[in-house]
Design a protein around this ligand. Structure first.
Ligand code: ASP
Ligand code: MG
Length: 463
């Protein structure tokens, strides 16, 4: 039997009860096959209360010369409390608490140094962030060991060789091979691994960003490859990937399977499924990814595979709120060349990120995520005299995603007719060349009724 690589998010290991449930999941898997557990830093219900956020906040206040005690004291309380509740063996409990206290003691002196020198390099920031996963992985290892299993704790914070200077695809390729070597289980041990890895040239936040544990897990699974790894599992507090956000569309249903390309589209739309770098790597290695619910370990969850052979036309509907539309109107575009180039180099100069673009003979519209960026772009474009520029905030991108759309004519027509019938005005339309996503811009206030209507029209509530 191949290895199962399991990732547990911060909320899944956030307190004593959760840690026990996770240990049970690992144990049940281990009964059947070898397992590796990768963990994120402990978190409450929201990421902003999580250990990583507290650590970054502590670094920030230290840099400003203020007291970081509130943040570090809170991390101390959360971890010690969790260990007290989840580790039964007295000696192991004391040892684990001593580990936590010792880590935090070192962290406090590191933060004090930052408060004095008033400088925080990406490497120092990584050093601080690494503490989160070092604590959670060490604590989970103790909880699993407490159930009578041999565990091995892997701290990946120094796994990157010192001579690595460039973060490019070849770097990650070398790293994934190395990670798989380091953490592959020996004998019957259960490796418990930090989701943090380092030290990455110029820092992990820049190279990968928050939510890096998904990516670490993906590298391990891909490094092992389909020959050694049966599945990568991502354990969350939801049933899987849904046809729409279940908090907003009660009829939404968890999908049994989804293709990697579809999942990637949904991730872009902020469905917070997985870190965007994850899918490609694992799917290329031909290892399936499964999203599972920590609270319902027996439910199948959603499996992400390379292709989707489901004949349905649309898989999911999603929306990204808080979008601003920038429109440039100019008759100088008619029969002229280089106009688009000038517009986009102006946007480039202002480092504005553009998502959807749609053009006509006399206008260009594009969506921008940050309102401030749109305002800056407007000033720059007007200064260059490129046309009349308007900025409309309070918009949303509503999109349908599905591999099956490629082969089904009339999907776009049906989507727009449905939105029209629901009195949801479509202001801009865009379909990617991949044909697995049709996006349009609507008013933010129209999203609930638009999504509900589209979900019903494509019968997404039905399996
Ligand atoms: N704890 C880290 C973060 O919040 C990594 C993760 O959750 O994957 O970004
Ligand atoms: Mg995450």
């Amino acid at each position: 039997m191949g290895i199962i690589v399991q990732k547990f998010g911060g909320t899944s290991v956030g307190n004593a009860d959760r840690l026990q449930s996770v240990a049970e999941i690992v144990e049940r898997t281990k009964k059947k096959q070898p397992v590796i557990a990768v963990v994120s830093a402990m978190s409450g219900t929201t990421k902003s209360e999580g250990t990583t956020s507290l650590l970054l906040a502590a670094a920030d206040v230290a840099l400003k010369g203020a007291s970081f005690d509130p943040q570090i004291d809170k991390i101390d309380r959360n971890h010690v409390h969790a260990v007290e509740g989840a580790v039964k063996d007295a000696a192991r409990r004391e040892e684990t608490i001593a580990f936590v206290r010792d880590e935090l003691k070192k962290l406090r002196s590191f933060l004090r140094a930052i408060r004095v020198i008033r400088e925080l390099s990406p490497r120092s920031q990584d050093n601080i962030m690494a503490v989160g996963e070092r604590l959670s992985a060490r604590v989970l290892a103790a909880v699993i060991a407490d159930r009578g299993h041999e565990t091995v704790f892997h701290d990946l914070s120094l796994v990157v060789p010192e001579d690595e200077a460039e973060v490019d695809p070849a770097f990650f390729k070398r790293l994934q091979t190395r990670l798989a070597e380091v953490v592959a289980p020996k004998g019957s041990e259960i490796p418990v691994v930090t989701g943090f890895f380092g030290m990455v040239p110029r820092g992990l936040l820049r190279a990968v960003g928050r939510g890096y544990t998904d990516f670490t897990t993906a590298m391990i699974a891909a490094g092992l490859g389909s020959g050694r790894c049966d599945e990568m599992q991502v354990w969350k507090e939801v049933d899987g990937i849904f046809t729409a956000d279940p908090r907003k569309i009660p009829a939404a249903r968890a999908l049994p399977r989804i293709s990697a390309a579809e999942a990637a589209e949904l991730t872009y739309f902020g469905s917070e499924v997985l870190h965007p770098f994850t899918m490609e790597r694992v799917v290329a290695a031909n290892v399936p990814i499964r999203i599972k619910n920590t609270f319902k370990p027996d439910a199948a969850g959603t499996v992400i595979t390379r292709y989707d052979d489901d004949p349905g036309q649309v898989t999911a509907v999603t929306a990204k709120r808080g979008i601003t539309v920038l429109t440039i109107e100019s008759n100088r575009m008619v029969n002229a060349h280089g106009f688009l180039a000038r517009v986009f180099s102006a946007l480039e100069k202002q480092a504005v990120v553009v998502d959807l673009v749609s053009t006509s003979e006399v206008s260009i519209s594009c969506t921008i995520e940050k309102k401030d960026d749109a305002e800056r772009a407007k000033m720059e474009l007007e200064a260059l005299g490129l046309g009349q520029v308007t900025v409309s905030a309070g918009r949303a991108i509503l999109a349908i995603v599905g591999e099956g759309m490629k082969y089904t004519p009339g999907t776009a027509g049906k989507m727009f007719k449905t939105l029209g019938d629901a009195e949801c005005n479509v202001e801009m339309i865009s379909q990617g060349a991949s044909e697995i996503n049709i996006s349009c811009v609507v008013r933010e206030d129209d999203v609930p009724k638009g999504m509900a209507a589209v979900h019903a029209a494509f019968e997404l509530e039905k399996a």
